[in-house]
Design a protein around this ligand. Structure first.
Ligand SMILES: CC(C)(COP(=O)(O)OP(=O)(O)OC[C@H]1O[C@@H](n2cnc3c(N)ncnc32)[C@H](O)[C@@H]1OP(=O)(O)O)[C@@H](O)C(=O)NCCC(=O)NCCS
Length: 157
């Protein structure tokens, strides 16, 4: 079983270097990191926001599952939904999403929108099993800091 609680430090103070390191290692094992996206910066920012939280599923003080959730005052979303490869198929992913949904409901948020990469059919099937449905929308995005755009960065050229 896992114990779900926010990453130490939330809200308002940065989590410990050790927790940050073990969490980013989990995300790497789960294939959720990208070269152009610094997970440490993501942890720092989410940990400093009252309207966001990183919920971690701990087993013997080791993070084996996670979800970053938050809201913009209207809708909720999730990122970094992960379960360690050695612990999948035990219902932990569902427990993490239940926890994220509960956190959002407590804030008065009644709808959660999430995005899945087009090549991640397993995640689509997981979310469908949890009651999520595909809604026909066009997802648009703009880099507010052009320096963060991988297309503008030499190392990705
Ligand atoms: C997606 C992920 C979090 C699922 O975690 P998990 O602990 O194995 O999922 P659960 O055991 O809680 O499964 C919950 C339900 O989803 C279903 N499900 C989970 N993975 C599935 C898959 N690959 N294909 C089809 N259904 C799946 C289960 O059958 C279960 O359904 P049920 O409750 O009706 O029996 C995990 O596989 C993971 O970390 N993947 C890599 C990271 C990732 O892609 N995250 C999503 C990014 S958008």
């Amino acid at each position: 079983m896992i114990e779900i609680r926010p990453l130490a430090g939330w809200p308002g103070s940065p989590p410990s270097a050790g927790d940050t390191q073990t969490l980013t290692a989990l995300w790497e094992r789960c294939g959720l990191t990208r070269p152009w996206n610094d997970p440490n910066a993501d942890i720092r920012l989410a940990s400093s926001c009252e309207n966001a939280v990183i919920l971690v599923g701990w087993q013997a003080d080791a993070p084996i599952a996670s979800v970053m959730t938050g809201h913009d005052g209207h809708r909720g979303t999730v990122y970094y939904v992960s379960v360690d490869p050695g612990h999948r198929g035990k219902g932990y992913g569902r427990l993490m999403m239940d926890a994220a949904e509960g956190w959002l409901r407590d804030k008065g948020i009644w709808k959660l929108n999430l995005m899945v990469r087009a090549d991640n059919q397993a995640a689509v099937d997981f979310y469908r099993a949890l009651g999520y449905a595909v809604e026909e929308r066009i997802a648009m995005a703009k880099w507010l800091d052009p320096a963060k755009n991988p297309q503008n960065r030499q190392e990705t050229a």
